[in-house]
Ligand binder design. Structure first.
Ligand code: AVJ
Length: 320
């Protein structure tokens, strides 16, 4: 297994410190970067979210992949190599792998535990070659090792693209495109625009699982960077931003209070009602996705949409 893991983990730690300092110091809106939600606690809380009645996103993604795996792989080439950005344990990818011959599968993720589980679960279906790295670095390694194995299919599922600001999502697709060649393809999972009330319930469920997921980011800063956030003096809030067509999650301060994060030498005061912005989940229309594909250097080949919870898988081919 290729896992230049330990150097990467140490690197990861210091970038956590750096990014937290930079984001918490932003004015007038303090922020925290959403990709740090997924420590051991956060990963479990996210798994619980995916089981919630109100949060249909992950089930819709899985339904589409399960029901259309054969069609997807056929339309993609069929592929000779599979890579997945942010694979986690690769649970959703089983059907795609079962629909292909035993082609090499490169799951790319920052969680070593998830990659190990992935290899254990899927190793019997295909040769699994975990890459412990960021998305683009991982894709770079895949490109370097693909040999003459035929077209590469890249999976970017779960509407992770939604966490990027629209402009950054577009840049990201261009970066991705640059590491691919004609004949390669990308399967992009994206959550669609839907009635605001159902989105607000999905991101502020009545059992409070999403609230715990959100506040765990403050808890992680406490645990790993010597922060003193008093979690009882913050509340979870999910907001719909109509202009940007996104759900925003915030941790709102319930009183004026002082916060310090000793490992990064940061102290600040936060007002009652002031928030720390922790996540954006952008929602897409069909036109948004067509436009994203085009400006990223891809041509849309085919699209599947779940009727129960509007969610889309868009298969796009690299344009020469
Ligand atoms: C895993 C990024 C797709 O934005 O819906 C779930 C994370 N945040 N509930 C999303 C999340 C709040 C999720 N993604």
């Amino acid at each position: 297994m290729f896992m230049p893991g330990f150097a990467a983990s140490r690197h990861e730690e210091s970038s956590f410190a750096r990014e937290v300092r930079e984001h918490l110091s932003r004015t007038p809106q303090r922020e925290l970067p959403s990709h740090y939600f997924y420590d051991a606690v956060g990963t479990r809380l996210f798994e619980a979210i995916t089981e919630l009645q109100e949060y249909g996103l992950t089930r819709a993604d899985e339904r589409l992949l399960r029901n259309h795996a054969v069609e997807i792989t056929r339309a993609a080439g069929p592929p000779g190599v599979l890579a997945e950005l942010g694979s986690g344990t690769g649970r959703k990818t089983r059907w795609i792998l079962e629909a292909t011959r035993a082609i090499p599968y490169y799951p790319i993720d920052l969680s070593l535990a998830a990659l190990q589980e992935c290899r254990k679960e899927l190793g019997a279906i295909a040769p699994v070659k975990p890459l412990h790295s960021s998305y683009l670095e991982g894709l770079e390694s895949v490109a370097a090792r693909r040999n003459g194995n035929g077209p590469l299919l890249v999976l970017f599922l779960g509407s992770t693209i939604g966490n990027f600001k629209r402009e950054a999502g577009c840049d990201f697709l261009c970066q991705l495109r640059r590491r691919l060649r004609p004949g390669d393809s990308l399967l992009l999972g994206a959550d669609m625009i839907k009635p605001v009330q159902s989105l607000l319930s999905a991101y502020d469920d009545p059992t409070g699982v999403t609230a715990a997921f959100n506040l765990n980011l403050l808890a992680r800063v406490n645990r790993e960077l010597g922060g003193n956030f008093d979690l009882r003096r913050f509340r979870h809030e999910a907001r719909w931003c109509e202009r940007e067509r996104r759900i925003e999650m915030h941790a709102v301060s319930l009183s004026r209070q002082r916060v310090s994060v000793s490992a990064i030498g940061l102290r600040f005061e936060i007002e009652k009602g002031e928030s720390i912005w922790t996540e954006s989940s952008h929602k897409y229309s069909i036109e948004d996705l067509d436009c994203l594909a085009l400006s990223g250097g891809f041509a849309v080949r085919k699209r599947w949409i779940d009727p129960e919870w509007p969610f889309s898988e868009t298969l796009m081919m690299v344009r020469p």
